[in-house]
Design a protein around this ligand. Sequence first.
Ligand SMILES: Nc1ncnc2c1ncn2[C@@H]1O[C@H](COP(=O)(O)OP(=O)(O)OP(=O)(O)O)[C@@H](O)[C@H]1O
Ligand SMILES: [Mg+2]
Length: 266
Amino acid sequence: MSLQIRDLYAGYGRLEVLHGVSVAVEPGAIAAVVGANGAGKTTLLRAVSGLLRAGAGTIRLGDRDVTSLGAESIAAAGLAHVPENRLVFPSLTVGDNLTLGAWTRRRDRTAMAQRRTQVVEYFPRLAERLGQPAGTLSGEQQMLAVGRGLMARPSVLILDEPSLGLAPRVIREIFATLARLRSDEGLAILLVEQNVRAAFKIADHAYVMDRGSVLMEGEPTALLDDERVQQAYLGGGYVRVSEEPANERPEAADAAKPESLPGPAR
Ligand SMILES: Nc1ncnc2c1ncn2[C@@H]1O[C@H](COP(=O)(O)OP(=O)(O)OP(=O)(O)O)[C@@H](O)[C@H]1O
Ligand SMILES: [Mg+2]
């Protein structure tokens, strides 16, 4: 199932954050959305998953218009949102956290158990830790968050900065799994990232957001060659994110804010 976002406006109260954003991803494809802090990436994902109401524009899952549906209905329609803060239940076991991800299918316990086996195959590190409280996980917490999203067998998966704070090895594993899900399950994946290099490596199409608008879009390799993208996102901080273990987003990322980018026409 495809995800089509057209000319989307959304914000918080009177603050308009998204000013007409159009982003699309087909089944069996990964679209990356990158952009500096505050560009509106999280807001975009929150609007798509129904946590935030769109002011205008349309959001379609396949041929269904879900723009005015709430989060539960959108999830039931086949969209899974892996939010930035991971939101695993720390005192519940890894296994129970996964099971909770399939609440929409809770009546069919056999199907749920089968799916859990499949999801754990995607993330073998979780297999050894099924009985362990989720709070004791480190890098695997993000795998658990993605795994929980997969439990409901979504057609569209949207992820908010899954690489944040993780060691490069863990990032590689997670991204390799996303690439596998794209082919094995034909998922449409919308990947919001600050780790531009890692995201562009697996993405089929990429969008650069700046101050609530899409500034550029195209093939990741073409965008990587673009001088503006290099200046704003591939200098200093962003390279370090993918090549060194880091606990948090490096401070240098602030210096890489796209002040030097030409702003969208206003
Ligand atoms: N709950 C909120 N209430 C009011 N304004 C908000 C809220 N959340 C975000 N904003 C504002 O919306 C704008 C976009 O924020 P958003 O979190 O979508 O950016 P982002 O691209 O995800 O940034 P980051 O890379 O830091 O995650 C920012 O100006 C932010 O201050
Ligand atoms: Mg964000």
